[in-house]
Design a protein around this ligand. Structure first.
Ligand code: KG4
Ligand code: ZN
Length: 335
C-alpha cells in the first residue's frame, strides 16, 4: 500500500515541509530559509524565527502537497520535529502538525531532529541499512552515534562544550565573515594553508570518544587578539584553514576510534557540518584506511529540511510509535 507522510520541520531558522512515499522516496521537499532575515543580526533571533515560521508554514505545507501531487486526503500520517531546537520555533511546527492531525483524523509521529539528520542518509542511499556509526555534526549537536536499528541509538561520543557548527559560526564571526559562518569559513579556508598555524586537539583518554572545541576556539581568538595588539594584519585564509583542519581532525579521529570499538563496517555523516568538503575528504580517507563503506547525504539533505524528518517519521510510524494531542516541544530533547 502507498504510504504518504507529510513532514514538518521548524526547529531553527528553516521553515520546511515535505511529502515522502514509503519512507525513502521524496515527492516534495520545500525549504523556506530565513537566512536573509537573520543575517543582519549575525545569528538566529529566536522570537523573529518563530514569527516567520507562523507566517511561512501554511504556504510551505500547501506547496509541499502541491508539488507532491496530493492533498490531505492522500496523506497517511503527519511527522513533526518536536526537539531539540528553539522552543518557540518548534512550537509553531508542533501546533500546525497537531491541528492537521486532529482536523484530518491522521496519526501523528513526533521526530527527534537528530534522528532526522541521520535518516537523511536513508533517502540518499536506498541500500543503506543499520547498523552503522554516524557522526551528526550540526549547529547545535556533535554526536558520534551507533545506529543500532532504524529507531535505536547509542551515543558513543559527543562534544563536551561547543557543537562543531557552533565553533565554525563563532570563529567566522571573529573573522567578520557573517552568518551563517560554516560555509563562508570553508570558502575562505580553500585559499589558505591548513598547516600555517597549530591549534590544540582535545581528547579525554583512550576509551572515551568525547571531544571538545573550546580549546581550539579560545586559541584562535587569543591568536587574533595578539596579532591585533601587535598591529599585525591577520592571514585570515590561513587561520580559517588551520582552524578547519583542527576541527576536522578531531571529528575524524574520534569517529575512527568509535567505529573500531563498535565493530561496524559502515560509517556515515549527517548534519549541516557534513556539507563541509574538508570533512568529507577526511572521512573518505579514514574510511579507505579502515576498510569502511562511507555514506553522506547530498548538500540539500545535510542542512535542515523536512524530508529527513519524514523518513525518520516513517520508521516510527511503522512501529506504531504515535504521539497524541498532548505532544509538546522539547527544546533540550536527547536522542
Ligand atoms: O543541521 P543544520 O542546518 O542546523 C542545525 O541543526 O543546527 O546545521 C547548521 C550548521 C551551522 O552551524 C553552519 O555553520 C554549519 O552547519 N555548516 C557548515 C557548513 N555548512 C553548514 N559548517 C562547516 N562547513 C560547511 N560547509
Ligand atoms: Zn539540524
Amino acid at each position: 500500500m502507498r504510504n504518504l507522510i507529510l513532514a514538518i520541520e521548524s526547529s531553527c531558522d528553516e521553515t520546511a515541509a515535505a511529502v515522502l512515499e514509503n519512507g525513502r522516496t521524496v515527492l516534495s521537499n520545500i525549504i523556506s530559509s530565513q537566512i536573509p532575515i537573520h543575517e543582519r543580526y549575525g545569528g538566529v533571533v529566536p522570537e523573529i524565527a518563530s514569527r516567520n515560521h507562523v507566517l511561512n508554514l501554511p504556504g510551505v505545507i500547501d506547496r509541499a502537497l502541491e508539488e507532491a501531487g496530493c492533498t490531505f486526503d492522500d496523506v497517511s500520517a503527519i511527522a513533526v520535529t518536536y526537539g531539540p531546537g528553539l522552543v518557540g520555533a518548534l512550537l509553531t511546527g508542533v501546533s500546525a502538525a497537531k491541528a492537521i492531525a486532529a482536523a484530518r483524523h491522521l496519526p501523528l509521529v513526533a521526530v527527534n531532529h537528530i534522528h532526522g539528520h541521520i535518516a537523511a542518509n536513508y533517502i540518499a542511499h536506498p541500500e543503506l541499512e543499520p547498523p552503522f556509526v554516524c557522526l551528526v555534526a550540526s549547529g547545535g549537536h556533535s554526536h558520534i552515534v551507533h545506529v543500532r536499528d532504524y529507531t535505536e541509538f547509542e551515543i558513543l561520543g559527543r562534544t563536551r562544550d561547543d557543537a562543531a557548527g557552533e565553533a565554525f559560526d563563532k570563529i567566522a564571526r571573529v573573522l567578520d565573515l557573517g552568518y551563517p559562518g560554516g560555509p563562508k569559513l570553508e570558502k575562505l579556508a580553500q585559499e589558505g594553508n591548513s598547516e600555517a598555524m597549530k591549534f590544540p586537539r582535545v581528547s579525554f583518554g583512550e576509551d572515551c570518544y568525547d571531544y571538545s572545541f573550546s580549546g581550539v576556539k579560545t586559541a584562535v581568538i587569543n591568536y587574533v587578539h595578539k596579532e591585533e595588539q601587535a598591529g599585525r594584519s591577520i592571514a585570515k585564509a590561513d587561520l580559517a584553514a588551520s582552524f578547519q583542519r583542527a576541527v576536522v581532525e578531531v571529528l575524524t579521529e574520534h569517529t575512527r576510534q568509535a567505529v573500531r570499538a563498535s565493530g561496524c563496517d559502515k560509517v556515515a555523516l549527517a548534519g549541516g557540518v557534513s556539507a563541509n568538503g574538508a570533512l568529507r575528504a577526511s572521512f573518505d580517507q579514514m574510511a579507505k584506511e579502515e576498510g569502511l563503506k562511507l555514506y553522506y547525504p547530498p548538500l540539500i539533505l545535510c542542512t535542515d529540511n523536512a524530508a529527513m524528518i519524514g523518513c525518520a517519521g516513517y520508521y516510527l510510524y511503522e512501529q506504531k510509535k504515535f504521539a497524541d494531542a498532548s505532544l509538546n516541544a522539547v527544546p533540550g530533547l536527547k536522542l
